[in-house]
Design a protein around this ligand. Structure first.
Ligand SMILES: [Zn+2]
Length: 236
């Protein structure tokens, strides 16, 4: 079982990696991990400057009821969104939310990121979806929890699997990404930003964009993630 200091260290490192990768400006981002055995979500504190952040500042929150389990810092204001996703999708081990520039630009346009090439297909098995807008009532009452609910609703509507589609754009807001671990959630958040940037560049060429053919999509996704994956080194 992973001990408390290790959870703190990993979630601290994931949050710092968001800054290192250029995904976060000021305090506009948060990463969390869930300890399923203990029912604890470890998440960045709200509004704390990254330069002052340390592993001891990472806040433990109850997965069941959202209560703070130790310390005096308040958890990220987006914590209810993380809790909704962890409760709905038991496969998730980590979640990242940022306002990274290109992914947020596409989210503000309210369109999905179309799957145009093999870089995309390596990590996301289709167009990266965009949610519907939240209603006025959803924004005014439990806004952050409702943000999680519209993400879950979007995936249910299209029968999407959160493992093969590890991210989403929330309409007129920004990206959420996740993974089996918090480290994988960071990887997917960085990849999503890169794909949004490439979509912007491809659109600027002024030519008709083409979706990747199904056989090339399947080849790239399956060679990394399928039952007969052969990308990278064999696992010991
Ligand atoms: Zn946000």
């Amino acid at each position: 079982m992973i001990d408390e200091s290790e959870w703190r260290r990993r979630v601290y490192q994931a949050n710092m990696d968001l800054v290192r990768l250029g995904l976060v400006l000021f305090t506009w981002g948060n990463a969390s991990a869930v300890d399923r055995e203990r029912g604890v979500v470890w998440i960045k504190p709200s509004g704390v400057d990254y330069a002052r952040l340390g592993p001891d500042d990472i806040v433990p929150v109850s997965l069941a009821d959202g209560s703070v389990l130790a310390g005096t810092l308040r958890p990220s204001s987006d914590t209810p969104t993380h809790l909704e996703l962890y409760r709905a999708w038991p496969q998730l081990g980590g979640i990242v939310h940022t306002h990274s520039e290109y992914a947020t630009a596409v989210a503000q346009a309210g369109v999905p990121i179309p799957i145009l090439g093999s870089t995309h297909a390596d990590y996301f098995a289709g167009d990266i979806p965009v949610t519907r807008q939240l209603t006025q009532e959803e924004v005014e009452r439990e806004y952050e929890a409702n943000t999680g609910k519209v993400i879950i609703e979007r995936f249910a509507r299209s029968g999407l699997d959160p493992v093969s589609m590890p991210g989403v754009l929330v309409d007129q807001h920004g990206p959420f990404a996740w993974g089996i671990t918090v480290e994988q959630a960071v990887l997917h958040a960085g990849t999503l930003e890169h794909l949004a940037r490439m979509y912007g560049h491809a659109s600027a060429l002024g030519v008709r964009l083409r979706l990747i053919p199904r056989h090339l999509l399947n080849k790239h996704y399956q060679r990394k993630h399928g039952p007969r994956a052969y990308y990278g080194q064999a696992k010991p």
